[in-house]
Structure formats: C-alpha cells, structure tokens
Design a protein around this ligand. Structure first.
Ligand code: ADP
Length: 156
C-alpha cells in the first residue's frame, strides 16, 4: 500500500492545498492529511475545525484520511507506516525551506521519500496566512477556500 502523509498546519485548508491533494491522488493508494499540532502554538482555528473542514472537502474521496499529530513528522510517518511525504512548492523560497527539511528527514529516516508537486500557477499567491488575515478583518475569502466549505459555520 502506497501511503503518503501530507503534513501541514491547514489553518485553514485552501484551494492550494486542495489542488495538491487532488493531483497527488493518482500517485498513492492513500493520503493522510495530517494536521501538525503544537500545544504551545495553537494556531488561529481550532484543531477540530481544521480537521472537520478537511474531512468535508474530501468526504467523497475514500483514499483521503484526516488525522493530526504532535511532534516530529517523521515519527508520525513511521507510526502510520507511510513511506512518502507529500509537500507543495510555490516559490524558490518554499524550495529552499523544503529542501533542508526533506534532506534532514531522509538523513533521520532512510525509508522516507518526500514527493513535491509544483503549485498550479494560479495558486502561487494563496496561503493560509493571507486567508486568515482576510477573515480576521471581516473580508470574503471564499474564492481561496475549497468549494462548499463554509468557514462561517464554525467559530475559530
Ligand atoms: P506549513 O505550516 O508547514 O507551511 P501549510 O499548512 O501552510 O504548512 O502547507 C502545507 C503544505 O501545503 C506545504 O507543503 C505547502 O508548501 C503546501 N501549500 C500551501 N499552500 C499551497 C499552495 N497555494 N499551492 C501549493 N502548495 C501549497
């Protein structure tokens, strides 16, 4: 079973994340979208909301599972018996950051391969930080959020 973990904050999930996951589906048997959680850095939206939104976006996709983890991503991958880490790349800055993490992960755990997908050009500027700022200031962020996801249904 080719199982990949897509780790991230997903605070909240955006059309950028959604597109990477959909495009990665033909490559793997199962993709676990794993919300990295840090008790000292709780994030903007609650863990529960972040997971519920992801689950609702992929409710018709049995190959997508939603989970969360604390601690090292690589330890989580070992626990889940996932040999692949999925990440998206938007810019050269993303690449530099991701390169170091992927190389260190590989050094720590030989059995892992990080698979990168380049963002669709139209998603390059989409990031959770900007979406959060729009929402925080009462703006309409819906064009950056997956279809059918109603962020106003649930309190952050
Ligand atoms: P992190 O908190 O580690 O930055 P994010 O939740 O922001 O994690 O993102 C998780 C993954 O999704 C990362 O690999 C990131 O590069 C990717 N990603 C985020 N936004 C986009 C986008 N607009 N297009 C492609 N990949 C994206």
């Amino acid at each position: 079973m080719k199982r990949a973990v897509f780790p991230g904050s997903f605070d909240p999930i955006t059309i950028g994340h959604e597109s990477i996951i959909k495009r990665a589906l033909p490559l793997f048997d199962e993709i676990i979208i794993a919300v990295g959680y840090n008790v000292n850095k709780k994030g903007y939206f609650s863990l529960e909301n972040r997971k519920n939104w992801i689950a609702s976006v992929f409710e018709d996709e049995p190959a997508v599972k939603v989970d969360h983890f604390e601690g090292l991503t690589i330890e989580y991958c070992k626990r889940m018996e996932a040999k692949y880490l999925l990440r998206g790349l938007r810019t050269a800055a993303d690449f530099e950051y991701e390169r170091a993490i992927a190389q260190v992960n590989k050094a720590m755990h030989e059995g892992i391969e990080t698979v990168f997908l380049l963002t669709m050009p139209e998603h390059t500027p989409v990031k959770s930080t900007i979406v959060r700022d729009i929402i925080r200031n009462g703006g309409d962020a819906s064009k950056f959020l997956p279809k059918g996801m109603n962020i106003h249904d649930q309190k952050g």
